[in-house]
Design a protein around this ligand. Structure first.
Ligand code: GLU
Length: 424
């Protein structure tokens, strides 16, 4: 299998190690006792599967995939499925842990999980992708269920893939179970507003931040790394607020225009050509360099491990908004902090996706569906409340927004664990 390396491929830092170091910083400040620390530093369940998939040419290929549940103290496990060549067990563990904190930060009643398959979906036909999804769904079904563990989209997984997942699970149990997965198309129980939810939630947080810290959004220059499910709608939302999107990067190239792009035309161009490269009025730039372009707001919206000690001192933005999970290493956090660059952390900033996933799950369980305005209003309420709590915690403890978000999340999960007690 090909493993094309690109600018948005994570570098050598181990994501799980990073997630644990972030945990330790907050746990120290919380004086968390060593027993709870041991429980929360580890993932509760880890399943590795090697499974065969029938390819179009008649051959059989074996893929490796994972489903990891980090913690279920506050509710069923929740988190996306990622299809990418760089997926690894440690990456999935880190992403599962971050899901636990993310759900706790925004106060939705889920624990954290994540799944992934090592594959390059761009090199699979639609039927191969469907075969892979259905077989993977079957393999991990011993952990999955609407009140146990509810997957969702993540990198390279779509509403169609969620629909195949839901159908496979439903066929096995003999009736439709829409609440087993979120991020589905609306025709099979998906929620209004789920597609743009991560981007919308990030904008809600950016607006709260701007209001509180007198950060002017009108005219602010924005650079976005990643132009997929999150980065692409985010560009439009920010443009509507008066921001200028001056740089965009993707796996296969990056573009720059200091005067700013028309986000909706760029999205259309990508839909038509499959890429942002060559967009009218843009200069090509190296994707690696895009993070260092002059701008006010830098938004990593691709993979983890992008802002490290190697490039943190060259970041020109005043504000880093983590639409991706885990884009900044702890070393880079320290460098950015010293330089006065504010980082709005992933577990707060990109929680809009799982929040509307929660709304979707609730709607599926009740078979009662809300209109888009209701979804967006409820989302806005959740995100702004979460931002306020994190900002207050940051002030109280005199720490970064990331550490504050971890303090808040870890104390909520620790509290649930203590209250339930350790059995037997
Ligand atoms: N994959 C998204 C995330 O990382 C959404 C997860 C979900 O909706 O369960 O937050």
């Amino acid at each position: 299998m090909s493993t094309t390396r690109s600018s948005v491929t994570p570098i050598s830092e181990n994501a799980f190690d990073i997630a644990r170091r972030q945990f330790d910083i907050a746990a120290d400040l919380l004086h968390l006792d060593s027993n709870l620390r041991a429980v929360l530093r580890n993932c509760k369940r880890e399943l590795t599967v090697n499974f065969p998939v029938k390819m179009d040419d008649g051959s059989i290929r074996v893929f490796q995939g994972y489903r990891v549940q980090h913690n279920i103290a506050r509710g069923p496990a929740k988190g996306g499925l990622r299809f990418h060549p760089s997926v690894s067990l440690d990456e999935v563990r880190a992403l599962a842990m971050w899901m636990t904190w993310k759900c706790a930060v925004v106060g939705i009643p889920f624990g954290g999980a994540k799944g992934g398959v090592i594959c390059d979906p761009k090199r699979l036909s639609t039927s191969e992708l469907e075969n892979l999804t259905r077989r993977f769904a079957t393999e991990i079904s011993l952990l999955i269920g609407p009140d146990r563990d509810i997957p969702a989209p993540d990198v390279n997984t779509s509403p169609q893939i969620m629909s195949w997942f839901m159908d496979t699970y439903s066929m096995a149990v003999g009736h439709s179970v829409p609440a087993v997965v979120t991020g589905k198309p609306q025709s099979v129980g998906g929620s209004e507003g789920r597609m743009e939810a991560t981007a919308r939630g990030a904008v809600d947080v950016i607006q709260e931040f701007a209001k509180q810290r007198q950060f002017t959004l009108n005219g602010a220059r924005v650079v976005i790394q990643g132009f997929g499910n999150v980065g692409s709608p985010l560009a439009s939302f920010l443009q509507n607020l008066g921001c200028r999107v001056v740089g965009v990067a993707e796996e296969n190239g990056a573009i720059y225009n200091p005067r700013g792009f028309d986000a909706s035309r760029l999205r259309l161009y990508k839909r038509e050509t499959g890429s942002i490269v060559g967009f009218n009025g843009s200069d090509p730039v190296y994707p690696v360099g895009v993070l260092e372009l002059p701008c006010d707001i830098l938004i990593p919206a691709a993979l983890e491990g992008q802002i490290t000690q190697r490039n943190a001192d060259r970041i020109k933005a005043r504000l880093v908004v983590e639409a991706a999970n885990g884009p900044t290493t702890p070393e880079a956090d320290a460098i950015l902090g010293e330089r006065g660059v504010v980082v709005v952390p992933d577990i707060l900033c990109n929680a809009g996706g799982v929040t509307v996933s929660y709304f979707e799950w609730v709607q599926d369980l009740q078979s009662f569906f809300w209109d888009e305005d209701e979804v967006n209003q409820r989302l806005q309420k959740v995100m702004s409340r979460a931002y306020q709590s994190v900002a207050r915690t940051a002030d109280d403890h005199n720490v970064s927004l990331r550490t504050a978000a971890h303090i808040l999340a870890i104390s909520r999960v620790a509290d649930a664990t203590r209250t339930r007690g350790i059995f037997p």
